[in-house]
Design a protein around this ligand. Sequence first.
Ligand code: SF4
Length: 206
Amino acid sequence: MTDVAIKPEEVIGYTIRNNRYLNVTNRCSLRCRFCPKFNGEWSVREYNMRLRYEPTVEELIEAAGNPADYDEIVFCGMGETTMRLDVLLEVARALREKGARLRLNTSGVANIVHGRDVAPELARYIQSMSVSLNAQNEEVYNRHCNPKLPGTYASMLEFIKSAKAAGADVTVTAVDGLPGVDIAACAGIANDLGVKFRRRVLDDLG
Ligand code: SF4
């Protein structure tokens, strides 16, 4: 719950601390039990994340503002940004040309959604990636994330490896407190993959 008034208009770009965030799509190939939007909650802080339409490349670049004003510009929002891969790459390229430091917050489903390894294309422009590992094995992952596509968990692990190999600074995350999720085991997977690990708590967005 929040005591801040929710803005009625949808939000394409929003600021948390020193970072600017972009809300690219509400679509997703997962249906996580803990996802706010599937629990009737569309707000992040005072921002309304429910999009009536998907913003254009031009609107996203404009919403990013001046990269010099922020530590990072983060592709995040209430949906899986890589569902709009072409738009994401175009916006990322344009923002890099303006000197932005970029981060992608993702569920890591891009490879299985697009049917090929797209991590190197993303890493070409995006320096940091935060990937939701969410669970230490496929069974627990499927229970919490309800992937539409079979094989999503294994593909997500391959995405992490490929993004790291392509030079991205990768952090994987898992939400502490979800039934069956073993945070120590998730941290161990991150260690084995040679990437960083961050424990998340529910409702701690951004
Ligand atoms: S990946 Fe994120 S946006 Fe998609 S269903 Fe899960 S929590 Fe929601």
